[in-house]
Design a protein around this ligand. Structure first.
Ligand code: BDR
Ligand code: CA
Length: 313
């Protein structure tokens, strides 16, 4: 039986790994990319939106609406990930002015319209702070019936990267994450414990280079800058390509093994605000509210990612 492509909205904050997630989602026949929405995170929402347009322009991704969303979290002001992604949010390569436009609609309005109008329930793949998604659920609660699943890159079953216990996307907007995890919707969490298995090693970079294409070279430049940040801040020899793991889970669930778990978001901790508390041994007796990624088939993940970039020619 021919599988119909899954309709998704990609909510992102490009961001080096977000850029590769856009390339993967737009190239995959298993996915029908309905919209790209942006949120303040790795950089300001203006810069992240410009970066989404830049990537779509270089790759020739036209016809996917791009809308700008929340400039900052539900509470407080935006903590930017410039220490990883640089001043532009996509430091490394030089980009020409983008020709792919931004639509004249907010991210939440675009999400609401696209989901309401689509005949099938839509999956949201959220690879930045969860502000837009939480706002959507709050302004239009009835939309829940039209959402098939929310697949996120965020959190961890272990420790954090932005603070000792909090992963960046959750740390930027813990209240939004709390709303999403307590929404009752099917939530799948691809956290650092799996994305740290997606390492862009020198062999991976050589495979991108060997494509001999403009986009293959662009990926090498992006991953080289991203790698230098990861070395400086965390001492990683090779950087982990977080966001495309969430997209891979949608394309082929067998690449990212998940288990049902109770997950709570720490919103009050003095040192741990933004941590995802995953009850791996079901000690709390709380019901499972998320599918939590526990293992990545890294070989198949890279075949998928590199194959997607190759398909642009
Ligand atoms: C997440 O934070 C950002 O730096 C990346 O784009 C990714 O979404 C990893 O913690
Ligand atoms: Ca991201």
């Amino acid at each position: 039986m021919v599988q119909m492509p899954r309709p998704i909205i990609l909510d992102c904050d490009p961001g080096h790994d977000d850029a590769l997630a856009i390339l993967l989602a737009a190239a995959s026949p298993e996915i029908d990319l309905l919209a790209i929405t942006t949120v303040g995170g790795n950089q300001t929402v203006e810069k992240c939106t410009l970066n989404a347009r830049r990537i779509c322009t270089v790759a020739g991704i036209t016809g996917v609406p791009i809308a700008a969303g929340a400039a900052g979290p539900l509470l407080g002001s935006l903590h930017i990930g410039g220490y990883v992604h640089g001043e532009s949010g996509l430091d490394g390569p030089a980009f020409a002015d983008p020709t792919v436009p931004q639509v004249d609609e907010s991210a939440v309005d675009l999400m609401r319209r696209v989901i309401t109008e689509h005949p099938e329930p839509v999956t949201i793949v959220a690879i930045g702070p969860l502000t837009n998604v939480a706002l959507l659920l709050r302004v239009e609660p009835r939309i829940a019936d039209r959402i098939q699943e929310i697949v996120i890159m965020g959190g961890s079953t272990d420790r954090g990267n932005d603070t000792p216990y909090a992963e960046f996307n959750i740390r930027v907007d813990p209240e939004a994450a709390d709303i999403v995890f307590r929404s009752g919707l099917k939530v799948t969490m691809c956290g650092l414990n799996v994305t740290h298995q997606a390492l862009a090693t020198p062999e991976v970079l050589a495979r991108f280079r060997a494509l001999g294409t403009k986009l293959g070279d662009l990926c090498v430049e992006l991953l080289t800058f991203f790698g230098s940040s990861y070395f400086k801040t965390w001492g990683f020899e090779s950087p982990p390509l977080h966001d495309p793991v969430a997209v891979a889970r949608v394309i082929d669930p067998s690449i990212v093994v998940c288990l049902p778990q109770p997950v709570a978001v720490e919103t009050a901790g003095r040192y741990t605000r933004g941590a995802t508390v995953v009850d791996l041994h079901h000690l709390s007796g709380d019901p499972d509210n998320a599918m939590v990624a526990t293992e990545l088939d890294a070989e198949r993940f890279w075949d998928l990612m590199i194959g997607a970039v190759a398909s642009y020619g």
